[in-house]
Structure formats: structure tokens, C-alpha cells
Ligand binder design. Structure first.
Ligand code: ATP
Length: 352
């Protein structure tokens, strides 16, 4: 992988922060020569044996994969810079926000309209799978809209993506509990089918605003996933078509070889109607927007709570280390605290 030898600052003006993840901060930036806007993802490098920051081999893997893919429904990589503490990925800018946010602001959405988004998600995933790449972190946060005027979906975040070949034996406990497949939970080999399970979860939530396997704690969620305990509760699915439920059922299959593949999904009558009756069903069935709004509110609230907990932990360790009064440790902690220094109070729950 070739890194750009010039410095990032020589070529780009950095703007406001537009997102962040475990080891990355994403900022809007403008290419000085052309005026084109991009998203700069600053990935913090792991130092020595520490746990903060991403391993260089993982960053390189993300870059290799991004370089290898090119599709209208997948984010594209424009440039890469390597600095002492960070690797900077200059990515295509997506400014339309998360798909689920966009949909939850609507008053009504038919299954037919929802399918237009799903087709794009499936087309993006098909491109990856045709190249034997599994995304392995498909979830609502990683499905964005290009801008506010378009309904163009972009899949983002290739931090966990893997090249899958027939001989590869990739096992890993990773991803977000609610969205992971049984093989992730039971530490069995991951495959392209692992993404298809997540598409089932995303579709289920999109239609109902309910999360199919979510338990009261992680253990319960994992148990629900491995035992495939879920239902189409009428409380959430009264407006859902049987065709849509059939689509989801073909994805919630424990045996990876029997789980619907991306081409099967693209050819499913719910996605690609074969007769007028399928078309009519999709037009008249609606998604549960009210409950999707609640789902999004709860998600925002959980995110804020996580930030507050992190800040509390940091402030406690700052107090502790201050008492040890070593200059080096003070500097490192101040850096960490800067990411959330303006959060001062616990947010109220969405039901408040
Ligand atoms: P995680 O810890 O969740 O795996 P990450 O550290 O790998 O995340 P990303 O998910 O790639 O980082 O980016 C973090 C956030 O930044 C995203 O959720 C999104 O809001 C924003 N973001 C990422 N890429 C872009 C982009 N190309 N354009 C606009 N915003 C982006």
C-alpha cells in the first residue's frame, strides 16, 4: 500500500468533526487545489503493547479492501496519509446522515419504498461478495445516504472487513451483539453468509422498529441468536406483508450454507416482484415508522449514556493519576478527555 509522501495539511483544509468510532475521528476536509470536500478519517495507531488505537496491520487491511472496491453504494477511498500517531484516510464524503434517521423522520413509508433502499444495500453487498469480501459490521450506523437531496445509499466502515477465500478460517467475536450471526457468537468460521444474517436483522428493524434478538443483557442476546429465538410480534408487525417476513426468515437460518445469499435476496419476490400480486402487496404494506422513531430515540440515548460513562471513567482516572503527579501521564489523559470534555450531564431517557 502506497501512502502519500506529502503531508495532509499541505493538501487539505480540515473542517468540523462529523463522526467518531472506537479508534477514529472523522472530519470534513476540503482539497485545497480543487475545492472538493471529503471525509478525513483519522485512525489512531496502537503504540507498543497498549490497547488504545488500531493495529497497523488492521489499518492496512482496511485500506487494501477500500482500494479494491468501487461501487456506487460503497464508500470510496481517495487518498491515504501516514503520520507519527495516525493514519488518515481521505474518503468520499457522505453528508445525508444515517438511512434509519432519514426514514424515521418520515410520516409514512410503504414496503415498496423501503425495498428501494434495501436493493441498494444488497447491490453494495453483492459487489463486496463478488470480490469475496465480507463487511462483518453491517448495522444501521454503517448505512448512510450520500446527501440530503439523493436517496443514494453508501455502505461505510470497513474496519472489520475481511477477504474470505475458501481456505480461510476466520473466527472472531466482533461486531455489535444485536447484529451478529450465530457463527460469530459460537466462534465458528465467518463467511460471506455472516453479512446476510446482519441484513436480516437490519430488515427486521427497518420494518418494525424492534430488534429481533435483543435481550436484557449481552448474554441473553447471544442466547437468542444461537437458539434463533425471535418472533414477528403483531404489536410491531401488524402492517407487514407475509412476503417481507419470508424474506427475513430465509436469512435467519443457522446453517450458513442454507442461509439466503445476496443473489437469492436480490431475486426474492419481495425485492423483485414476479407477479402483480407481489407488487400490490408491497405497495399496500407499510413499515412501522412510529416504533422506528422510538428505536432511534433509544439508540441516541444509549450513545449519549456511553459517552457520559466514558467521561466519568476518564475523569476518575485523571483524578487518580493527578495524585501520582507524573507529567507524562497527565498529557496522555488530557488528550483522551478532550474527546468528550463538553459532556457534563446524564441525558434523559427517550421515554422521559
Ligand atoms: P467503529 O468504532 O464503529 O467501528 P470506526 O472507528 O471504524 O467506527 P467509522 O465507522 O468508519 O469509524 O466512522 C465513524 C463515524 O464517522 C461514522 O459512524 C459516521 O458517522 C462518520 N463517517 C465515517 N465515514 C464517513 C464518510 N465517508 N462521510 C461522512 N461521515 C463519515
Amino acid at each position: 500500500m502506497e501512502f502519500n509522501q506529502d503531508t495532509f495539511e499541505n493538501n487539505y483544509d480540515v473542517g468540523d468533526e462529523i463522526g467518531s468510532g472506537h479508534f477514529a475521528v472523522v472530519k470534513r476536509c476540503t482539497h485545497s487545489a480543487t475545492g472538493t470536500q471529503y471525509a478525513a478519517k483519522f485512525i489512531r495507531k496502537r503504540r507498543g503493547g497498549g490497547r488504545k488505537g488500531a493495529k497497523m496491520e488492521d489499518i492496512k487491511k482496511e485500506i487494501e479492501i477500500l482500494k479494491y472496491i468501487k461501487h456506487p453504494n460503497v464508500i470510496s477511498l481517495h487518498d491515504v496519509y501516514d503520520t507519527k500517531n495516525e493514519v488518515i484516510l481521505v474518503l468520499e464524503l457522505v453528508s445525508g446522515g444515517e438511512l434509519f434517521e432519514y426514514i424515521s423522520e418520515k410520516d409514512k413509508l410503504s414496503e415498496e419504498e423501503a425495498c428501494r433502499f434495501l436493493v441498494q444495500i444488497l447491490e453494495g453487498v453483492k459487489h463486496l461478495h463478488d470480490k469475496h469480501i465480507a463487511h462483518l459490521d453491517l448495522k444501521p450506523e454503517n448505512i448512510m445516504l450520500l446527501n440530503h437531496n439523493s436517496q443514494n445509499i453508501k455502505l461505510i466502515d470497513f474496519g472489520l472487513a475481511q477477504k474470505i477465500d475458501p481456505k480461510s478460517d476466520i473466527r472472531a467475536m466482533m461486531g455489535t451483539a444485536e447484529f451478529v450471526a450465530p457463527e460469530v457468537v459460537s466462534y465458528e468460521p465467518l463467511s460471506l453468509a455472516t453479512d446476510m444474517w446482519s441484513i436480516g436483522v437490519i430488515t427486521y428493524i427497518l420494518l418494525s422498529g424492534a430488534s429481533p434478538f435483543l435481550g436484557d443483557n449481552k448474554q441473553e442476546t447471544y442466547h437468542n441468536i444461537t437458539a434463533i429465538i425471535y418472533e414477528f410480534d403483531d404489536e410491531y408487525f401488524s402492517g407487514t406483508s407475509e412476503l417481507a417476513k419470508d424474506f427475513i426468515q430465509k436469512l435467519f437460518v443457522k446453517d450458513c450454507r442454507k442461509r439466503a445469499k445476496v443473489d437469492d435476496c436480490l431475486n426474492h419476490p419481495w425485492i423483485k416482484p414476479k407477479e402483480k400480486q407481489h407488487e400490490d402487496v408491497r405497495k399496500s404494506a407499510v413499515i412501522n415508522i412510529d416504533n422506528l422513531k422510538t428505536f432511534m430515540a433509544r439508540k441516541r440515548w444509549k450513545q449519549s449514556l456511553r459517552v457520559v460513562c466514558l467521561c466519568n471513567r476518564l475523569s476518575r482516572s485523571i483524578q487518580l493519576r493527578k495524585s501520582q503527579d507524573t507529567l507524562g501521564s497527565r498529557n496522555t489523559l488530557a488528550e483522551e478527555a478532550g474527546c468528550c470534555s463538553n459532556v457534563s450531564e446524564v441525558p434523559s431517557s427517550p421515554s422521559d
